[in-house]
Design a binder for this molecule. Structure first.
Ligand code: AHR
Length: 551
C-alpha cells in the first residue's frame, strides 16, 4: 500500500471522528492540522528559548571571547557578529559557566584586573577528547580572561538574562552566598559590591537564576540523591536575596532517570519538609544520538556521525530525540507526587544531538560537530515539545551556543557562520511569551526498514500558539522524500491571512560552511486559503512556520 492509499484508508477515517464539526476538509490532502484557539495549554515561557555556554573547547575562547585587541570585530572583547545575531532571535537567557566545568570553577578567579587573574587547569583537560589538542591553550589551561563581569557584559550585549551554575562539588556553600553577593548586593553596600564597581559595574547584575550544581549524579560530585538533597538544602537555605526573586534550579536526572528524582524529592519534601519558595526548577539533561540500534555498547566513541548518515539514521535520531516528551511527562508525574502544587517546574538546560568526534572545525573545539538540516529538525521538534508542555517546562538552554554540540554558530578566527539551528530559533521566536494552544496533527506515520525490521515515525508534528490576533504554527516534516499536502483549520476563529516560512534542503546532509554560508536558510512557501482552510505542501525534511492572522 503506498503512502497516499494508506492515508485514504486510515487517516481519512480517523479524521471523520477527530475532526467532526470542522470546516469541510478536502479529500486530496495528506495531512490535517487543527488548532483549537479556545484551548490554551499555558503561556510559553520565553526562557525555553535559552542557550548554554561552557568553558569547553571553542565555546568561550575563540567563540564568544576574541579579546579586546583582536582584529575580529568585537565589543569589549566579545565577538560582535555573535551578539548581533543573538539579538535577532531574542535570546532570553544564557547559562554559564557549565556544565561539568561549573563544579570545578572558582568564580573568584574570574574577577578583578585581568592581568592578575590566575591560570588554572580546565576541567576538560582530563577528557580523552582534549588529547587531540595540539597546543595547551585556554581549553586546557583556563586563563580566566572571561569571568563573571565579561559574562554579564555578553548577556547585556545579547539582550539575555544570566543563568549561573554554582559549584557544589568543590566549593563550600559560603562561596555560593558570596557569588550571589558579588552579583546582586547594591552599589555602595558590601566589599564585593565595591570590587564589582571597581571593575566598572557599580549597579548590581540582579542575577535571578542559579543552578545548584550540575549533573550532581556524575561530574558534579558523584552524589547519591540523598547526599545531593542534603547539599541542596545547605546551599539554598538563607541565601542573601538583595531584593532579587532568586530562583534555584536543582540538578536533575540523567535523561529519564526517575530514581534520582524520586529519591531527591522524597528527601527534600519529607525528611523534614523543606519549604523554600526559591526552589522553582528541576533540571533535565537529554542528549540524543544514534546508538540505539543495538550496534554499540559504548555511547561515546560509537555514537553516529554528524555528516555521514543514511535516511534510517535520520529517522532513528528523530525518533530518539522525540523521547523528550515522555521524559518530561514522567518527571512531572514523579515531581507531582511530592510537590503537589507543582511549584517546581522543569528546566531542560542541556539538550541536542551528540555525535562522535571528527567533524569539528578546529582541534580546539572539544565536542564540536557540524550541524545539518537533520539537527535543525531535532531542535525544532524539541522546541515544539516544550511549547506543547508549556505548563511544565519553564526554561531550557540548548547545548551549546557556539562551536560545541548542537551549535547555532560555528566560528574560527575571523570566520563565522550561522548553522541551520540558528534559523530554527529565529523562526520559533514568535512563540516566546505567547499562549500555547492545543493542536491536533493527523498524518500517516513515515515507514522505513530498520536493519531488516520495519520502523516508523510520526508523519507531522509541531506546536501552536497565539499572541493577539496572530496564531503561530510550527511544523516538522520528517519524511526524507515526500512533501506532505496539509490542510490547517482553526477552531474558534477564522483565517484572514496567512504566510509560511520554511527551512528545508534537498539533501539530508545539507549544512552551512564558511564558504557556503547560505546552503540552508529559510525561504517563503506559498499557501492558499479556501473554504476557511489553509493549505500548503510542506516540503520533505523540513521545519515550517505559519503565521496566521485571525479574522
Ligand atoms: O555539554 C557538554 C557536557 O555534557 C556538560 O558539561 C555536561 O553537563 C554534560 O554531560
Amino acid at each position: 500500500m503506498d503512502r497516499r492509499d494508506f492515508l485514504k484508508s486510515s487517516a481519512m477515517a480517523g479524521a471523520m471522528i477527530s475532526f467532526s464539526g470542522t470546516k469541510a476538509w478536502a479529500k486530496s490532502s495528506d495531512a490535517r492540522i487543527e488548532i483549537f484557539t479556545q484551548e490554551p495549554v499555558g503561556e510559553i515561557s520565553p526562557n525555553i528559548y535559552g542557550q548554554f555556554t561552557e568553558h569547553i573547547g571553542g565555546v568561550i575562547y575563540g567563540g564568544i571571547w576574541v579579546g579586546e585587541n583582536s582584529k575580529i570585530p568585537n565589543r569589549y572583547g566579545i565577538r560582535a557578529e555573535l551578539t548581533d545575531k543573538l539579538k535577532q532571535i531574542h535570546v532570553p537567557v544564557i547559562r554559564w559557566p557549565g556544565g561539568c566545568f561549573a563544579d570545578s570553577y572558582d568564580w573568584m578567579d574570574g574577577i578583578g584586573p585581568v592581568a592578575s587573574r590566575p591560570t588554572r587547569t580546565n576541567f576538560w583537560e582530563v577528557d580523552p577528547d582534549a588529547k587531540r589538542l595540539h597546543e595547551k591553550g585556554p581549553q586546557i589551561f583556563e586563563s580566566n580572561q572571561f569571568g563573571t563581569n565579561e559574562f554579564m557584559r555578553f548577556c547585556k550585549l545579547s539582550g539575555a538574562k544570566p543563568y549561573l551554575a554554582a559549584n557544589v562539588r568543590s566549593l563550600p556553600a559560603l562561596s555560593f552566598d558570596r557569588w550571589v553577593e558579588y552579583c546582586n548586593s547594591p552599589a555602595g553596600s558590601t566589599t564585593l559590591a565595591a570590587r564589582r564597581a571597581a571593575a566598572g559595574f557599580p549597579a548590581p547584575f540582579d542575577v535571578k537564576y542559579w543552578g545548584v550544581g550540575n549533573e550532581s549524579w556524575g561530574c558534579g560530585g558523584n552524589f547519591t540523591p540523598e547526599e545531593y538533597a542534603s547539599a541542596f538544602r545547605r546551599y539554598t537555605t538563607w541565601v542573601p536575596h538583595y531584593g532579587v526573586d532568586l530562583q534555584f534550579i536543582g540538578s536533575g536526572p540523567n535523561g529519564g532517570n526517575l530514581d534520582w528524582t524520586h529519591r531527591f524529592f522524597d528527601e527534600i519534601y519529607s525528611k523534614p519538609a523543606y519549604n523554600n519558595a526559591s526552589f522553582t526548577g528541576w533540571s533535565v539533561h537529554f542528549y540524543s544520538s544514534v546508538t540505539t540500534r543495538n550496534k554499540a555498547t559504548d555511547w561515546k566513541p560509537e555514537k553516529g556521525d554528524a555528516l555521514q548518515f543514511d535516511s534510517v539514521d535520520w529517522y532513528e535520531l528523530l525518533r530518539e530525540s522525540s523521547r523528550i516528551e515522555q521524559i518530561i511527562q514522567d518527571q512531572w508525574t514523579v515531581m507531582g507526587q511530592y510537590d503537589v502544587t507543582h511549584r517546581v517546574k522543569l528546566v531542560v538546560d542541556e539538550y541536542g544531538p551528540w555525535y562522535r568526534e571528527g567533524t569539528e572545525l578546529d582541534p580546539t573545539h572539544i565536542f564540536g560537530q557540524q550541524i545539518t538540516i537533520r539537527d535543525a529538525l531535532v531542535t525544532a521538534l524539541t522546541l515544539d515539545t516544550f511549547n506543547r508542555n508549556a505548563e511544565k517546562v519553564s526554561m531550557a538552554t540548548n547545548a551549546q551556543l557556539i562551536n560545541c554540540l548542537n551549535a547555532l554558530f560555528l566560528a574560527h578566527e575571523d570566520h563565522f557562520v550561522a548553522t541551520p539551528n540558528f534559523y530554527v530559533f529565529a523562526m520559533y521566536a514568535a512563540h516566546q511569551g505567547a499562549q500555547g494552544l492545543r493542536a491536533e496533527f493527523s498524518a500517516p506515520d513515515v515507514e522505513f526498514m530498520r536493519d531488516g525490521q520495519p520502523g516508523h515515525l510520526w508523519g507531522l508534528n509541531g506546536s501552536a500558539s497565539r499572541k493577539g490576533n496572530v496564531v503561530t504554527l510550527t511544523v516538522v516534516n520528517p519524511d526524507v522524500a515526500n512533501p506532505t499536502d496539509t490542510q490547517i483549520a482553526l477552531q474558534g476563529a477564522s483565517i484572514a491571512k496567512a504566510s509560511c516560512t520554511v527551512l528545508a534542503a534537498g539533501d539530508i546532509h545539507a549544512h552551512n560552511t564558511f564558504d557556503r554560508p547560505n546552503a540552508v536558510k529559510p525561504v517563503s512557501l506559498g499557501v492558499s486559503i479556501h473554504g476557511g482552510l489553509l493549505t500548503a505542501s510542506i516540503p520533505p525534511g523540513s521545519v515550517s512556520k505559519f503565521e496566521i492572522i485571525t479574522g
